[in-house]
Design a protein around this ligand. Structure first.
Ligand code: MG
Length: 387
């Protein structure tokens, strides 16, 4: 199979909360097959056009005209050819991941299988956790109502977010815990917000409430603080959505003491996400893929979860359902598709998701500009420390 065209497709979709951008790539071959990939920039490729430029200027010239039968050597070539010119992490890794996902889509299509079958499928359904919103967006009942449709579909895991107004958030969380079923596992995302002293206080309260993990409590560059918190917190500490593969993850497990890892195939690639899961077993860490992007990234992460023994739970940001449906996922990833708390892994061929041909014109990409992403209080930047 020879690659004939590599086309980035950034789009912006109006969602109820705010417009969100998504970063796709379309790869065509001389056999007429078309594969789709997607990059996540954690908050859904906020600068999808930047990732698109990397694909156009850097990766496409290395790909067009190349013959391939398996994915890994192509991706390794991209990494080695660009590491000193572009770097290996950040948006470079996001762009490379989008290409890798599209290549897996093509290889699996050529074999007449799903991507999960191509990787070695061990399960055909994957449990999801309801990834919900910031606690300061409403009282406890507001959050319980948001989660109710998912609980009705058998979901038994949920996550809410604590922000700079953490004292009030913890009061809301205490009330919310009482409103939810006892057997529901509840997790907290700190969105890279706190200093060590505040994170310690929050973690202590989370321990009292039986919270199952405290995600990104401290900006991930503050390594010593994370290690100190991990050593003292009774609540497991989770990181990974901003880590770019096995080297980063090994460091976080070995030196920072984290015990939940959250790789994302649309951030570090499918092969790296699977490698991370393998490393995590040596540390007894839980592996729960991060998902916060469009339907192609969701399908790629489901393929990872379906093909790795020690992954039986993935993130499910249910507020993205309209975007998944509009961008080629159809109804297969919607809340109504959840049964007994799990989603079916797409049966293929390939990823089982195809971006609509008219996506770029129906959902034209718009620069996010100075749009504020954060809590209702209007946090300009997640790295706000404490108030
Ligand atoms: Mg997160």
């Amino acid at each position: 199979m020879k690659i004939t065209a590599v086309t980035p497709i950034p789009v912006t979709v109006e969602l109820g909360r705010e417009p969100m951008s998504f970063s796709f790539v379309r790869i065509e071959t001389d056999e007429g097959l078309v594969g789709y990939g997607e990059a996540c920039d954690s908050y859904a490729a906020t600068y999808a056009g930047v990732i698109g430029e990397i694909i156009t200027q850097v990766l496409s010239p290395l790909l067009v005209g190349r013959e391939f039968v398996v994915v890994e050597p192509v991706v390794e070539h991209l990494r080695l050819a660009t590491r000193r010119r572009l770097g290996e992490k950040g948006v470079a890794a996001h762009a490379r991941s989008a290409v890798e996902i599209a290549l897996w889509d093509l290889v699996a299509q050529a074999a007449g299988r799903s991507v999960s079958e191509q990787l070695g499928q061990v399960r055909d359904r994957v449990n999801v956790y309801a990834s919900s919103t910031f606690l300061d967006e409403g009282p406890a009942q507001f959050h319980a109502d948001l989660l109710a449709p998912l609980l009705e579909r058998g979901v038994r895991y949920a996550k809410v977010r604590v922000g700079p107004r953490w004292q009030q958030d913890l009061r809301t969380l205490t009330e919310l815990r009482d409103l939810l079923p006892d057997d529901l596992e509840l997790m907290i995302d700190g969105s890279d917000t706190f200093t060590l002293p505040t994170a310690m206080q929050v973690a202590e309260r989370l321990g009292d409430l039986g919270i199952r993990w405290f995600e990104e409590p401290i900006p991930q560059a503050n390594r010593a603080a994370i290690a100190a918190l991990s050593a003292r917190s009774s609540v497991p500490i989770a990181y990974g959505e901003h880590l770019y593969g096995r080297e980063d993850m090994l460091d976080a497990l070995a030196n920072d003491g984290i015990s939940v890892v959250q790789p994302d195939a649309s951030t570090c690639g499918i092969a790296e996400a699977r490698a991370v899961a393998g490393i995590a077993t040596f540390y007894g860490a839980r592996v729960v893929p991060h998902i916060c992007a469009g339907p192609v990234a969701l399908a790629a992460n489901l393929a990872v979860a379906a093909s790795v023994h020690n992954i039986n739970l993935v993130e499910y940001p249910f507020f993205l359902e309209p975007a998944w449906e509009a961008l080629g996922g159809g109804k297969q990833f919607g809340i109504e598709a959840i049964e007994d708390g799990s989603l079916a892994v797409p049966s293929g061929p390939g990823l089982g998701v195809r971006l609509p041909e008219d996506a770029a014109t129906t959902y034209p990409y718009r620069l996010p500009g100075t749009r504020i992403v954060g809590t209702v209080g209007g946090v300009l930047d997640r790295f706000v420390g404490d108030r």
